[in-house]
Design a protein around this ligand. Structure first.
Ligand code: CUK
Ligand code: CUA
Ligand code: CA
Length: 647
């Protein structure tokens, strides 16, 4: 057996090699010329200023350097489209942000768990149907992942967790709007989230991180032995929790294989510690592998219980269960990432300078009893550097691991790491690049699919310190774009971002560009409830503008067509419950209207073809103007009307 303490895998660090400049010098222009010569690198265009040149200028600047490959550019000229979409977790904001890559320009924001006054998320009836009646005021997003089919992105959905309120959300990629949010029962704080890759998504896997009694109803407050957590599989089509697995320890990040057989999660608190030092006692914690076919069979056979009011089947996956496999891994492991060749999965050691490479076929053998020791699933445990958190892949056999403490990304070769583990004298480390500063996740273009294309690497750095203009004590994060298309990683651009995107996915535009709708379909389920309500009132929302009273309930239907609403004024009584339904009959690309009632806390967006509705109590008498909030026409300012509220 190999042991992480005596395993002779300390390698010469390429970043420490003689002749390599320190980080700050590296950034100084004066050092660039000398460096290009010393390192044999082409530093033709470092950063935004220099990178505007096209092919000709870039190669001219490269001069006679040995590595003639030009530095890829983050510049996307006016009118040109980015090659990649990036879905950014919005972190504590509770939203998802859509970026273009390589420009790193923010395209739109997609409100998910957060109220948003731009589109009226949390205000409209359509959003409240998704958020639920008593939705909490925000979220804490970490892990956005797109649905897959056979290990390829399929452009249907992006799923994301809310750690703060133990929820999972689904975003429809055709309209870039959140369409489902669910509470996950029996656990606290959904952290790791991944999708089943094959045959399709399928399941969305979600880790409950914190340990607590279940049901968490005030019993066993001090009885730490009774604390527990579970792994959840959510049906990505119905957004119902299909089953849960009770585990030992806690759960941090999760990942799925490429065959549709396994999910796998890291545990940093095998100790069941209740404070920091207690969670760091063991030299090894573990990863736990979930055998999906076996779990499904157990559920089918009725070998489950339920907890409290929840009807979700809970199977027992603690040590000794045939449903799970616990593989000891050093130490407080964090990220877990499957390689795009479908063969390996890498757990990142965090408090250990190592990552642990496991082979799925050996995990098969462990479950089949052919391998007795779960550690036999480990085929390499290379030493990478200090604080390895997450790993990404280029599809050419190389892995890229963020080193939080070293503020670096290490590029290493998987096959060479396995050879070194088997005693061969090979250097698996390819390069280390300084990042600024303290990286968490890194992500490669298409890197979590079979289509990993090895073009771009993003380093999501937690600290930006001196990289941007000072903006007060709260600094932006710094997401750095790195060209990995050649043999050498090269930093291309810094990108400040509002706290705190833990993770992103990057996918080629061909996967989405034709799937995204330019105007809403009139029969879209997103506003079907409003259309059904209109039908009950005999209203054709495309033609009719009308006020209907039913007791204390008032229904106002109006069209919007630039620059005029279908109703110029309507009268209600103080205390009435008012529902305003606006239909944008300008089914013309980009002609969006808004509907805001001054001093009533109401604003909603009505994109072309859409119907939006809002219900509120007219609790203040007086004249209240409503007006359009999206600049839609030369006479946009005049697109207005009055709500008259009788005392
Ligand atoms: S976690 Cu934040 S850096 Cu929530 Cu994916 Cu690792
Ligand atoms: Cu409609 Cu501005
Ligand atoms: Ca631990």
């Amino acid at each position: 057996m190999h042991d992480e303490t005596d395993h002779a895998s300390r390698q010469p660090d390429p970043a420490e090699a003689p002749g390599q400049p320190a980080r700050r010098q590296f950034m100084k222009n004066s050092a660039l010329a000398g460096l290009a010569g010393a390192a044999g690198l082409t530093l033709s265009a470092c950063g935004k200023q220099g990178a505007t040149a096209g092919k000709g200028a870039a190669s001219a600047a490269a001069g006679t350097a040995a590595d003639a490959k030009e530095l890829a550019s983050d510049q996307v000229p006016p009118g040109q489209l980015d090659e990649y979409y990036g879905f950014w977790s919005g972190g504590q904001s509770g939203e998802v942000r859509l970026y273009g890559i390589p420009s790193m320009r923010e395209l739109i924001r997609i409100p998910v768990f957060n109220p948003d006054f731009t589109i009226g998320w949390g205000i409209t009836n359509e959003s409240k149907r998704v958020l639920g009646p008593n939705f909490p005021p925000g979220g804490d997003c970490h892990h956005p992942h797109m649905s897959q089919t056979d290990g390829h992105y399929d452009g249907r959905y992006v799923f994301i967790n809310d750690k703060a309120h133990t929820r999972v959300a689904r975003i429809r990629c055709d309209v870039m709007r959140t369409d489902r949010i669910i509470d996950v029962p029996n656990v606290q704080a959904i952290h790791g989230l991944r999708v089943q890759r094959a045959p399709r998504t399928g399941y969305v896997f979600a880790n409950g991180e914190f340990l607590a009694p279940a049901p968490n109803d005030g019993h066993a407050l001090e009885d730490v032995d009774k604390y527990q957590t579970m792994f959840s599989a959510i049906d990505g089509d119905t957004m119902e929790v299909a089953w849960q697995v009770l585990v030992d320890g806690n759960l941090d990040n999760t990942e799925a294989d490429y065959a549709g057989k396994y999910a796998i999660s890291t545990c940093y608190n095998s100790e069941k510690g209740m404070d920091l030092s207690a969670t760091m006692q063991a030299e090894r914690d573990w990863v736990v592998v979930f055998n999906i076919p076996r779990i499904e069979a157990a559920v089918k056979a009725g070998q489950f219980k339920t907890v409290g009011d929840s009807k979700v089947p809970v199977v027992d996956g603690r040590h000794g269960s045939p449903l799970t496999l616990y593989i000891p891994i050093p130490k407080n492991p964090h990220g877990i990432n499957a390689s795009p060749d479908g063969k390996y999965v890498v757990a990142n050691g965090k408090l250990s300078p190592t990552v642990s490479v496991m082979e799925w076929s050996r995990i098969d053998d462990c479950f089949a009893g052919k391998l007795k020791d779960p550690r036999d699933a480990v085929v390499a445990e290379p030493e990478i550097g200090l604080g390895p958190l997450h790993t990404a892949y280029d599809g050419r056999g190389n892995a890229y691991t963020t080193l939080f403490i070293d503020s670096q990304i290490a590029k290493w070769n998987i096959a060479d790491a396995i050879a070194a583990y088997n005693g061969k004298k090979v250097n698996y480390l390819r390069q280390k690049i300084d990042v600024a500063y303290q990286p968490g996740h890194c992500h490669t273009s298409m890197g979590e699919t079979r289509d990993a294309d090895g073009k771009w690497l993003l380093s999501l750095n937690k600290f930006s310190k001196d990289r941007f203009l000072p903006v007060g004590p709260l600094h932006p994060d710094n997401d750095q774009l790195i060209d990995i298309s050649g043999d050498t990683m090269r930093l291309v651009a810094d990108g400040p971002v509002y706290s705190e995107p833990h993770d992103v996915v990057l996918l080629h535009r061909r996967l989405l560009i034709d799937k995204v709708k330019h105007v809403w379909d009139r029969d879209d389920p997103y506003f079907a409830d409003a259309i059904a309500m209109a039908k009950r009132h005999g209203i054709n929302v495309l033609a009719d503008s009308k006020v209907i009273r039913e007791g204390r309930k008032v229904y106002v239907y109006m069209t919007s067509a630039a620059p005029i609403y279908g109703i110029n004024n309507f009268k209600v009584k103080k205390g009435d419950e008012v529902t305003v339904t606006v239909t944008n009959i300008d089914a013309v690309e980009d002609v969006t209207h808004g509907f805001c009632i001054a001093n009533y806390g109401i604003n909603m967006e009505i994109s072309p073809g859409a119907t939006s509705s809002v219900t509120f109590t007219a609790d203040k008498a007086g004249v209240y103007w409503y007006y359009c909030t999206f600049f839609c026409h030369a006479m946009h300012m005049e697109m207005q009307g009055r709500m008259l509220v009788e005392a």
